[in-house]
Design a binder for this molecule. Sequence first.
Ligand SMILES: [Zn+2]
Length: 102
Amino acid sequence: MKCVTCKVNDAQFFPQFGYVACKDCRKKSKEITDRTFEFMPEHVKEERISHKEHTIQPFRDGQYSKEYHDLYGSSRVQVTEEEIKNAKNVWDRDLPGDFYKK
Ligand SMILES: [Zn+2]
């Protein structure tokens, strides 16, 4: 089976989830996120980071936070692939309305 994103490389198979995008595509989407972030003016970036670091915790009642994961990824926390897959927006209600826009 081919990767659903690029349709070129072979998809990666994990017994617990089935097929996911190939390594290249997953790497690429991470690079895009990082690059997008760099376009922000430096002071805005720093404000956002400091604000978010005070607000977002990786877990709420044992539920891994999607907001946290979208911001930082899983490198700073101990989570399984399954917890990442099941990550949910758990802080929505406690955040200011303009805080987390997609
Ligand atoms: Zn791919």
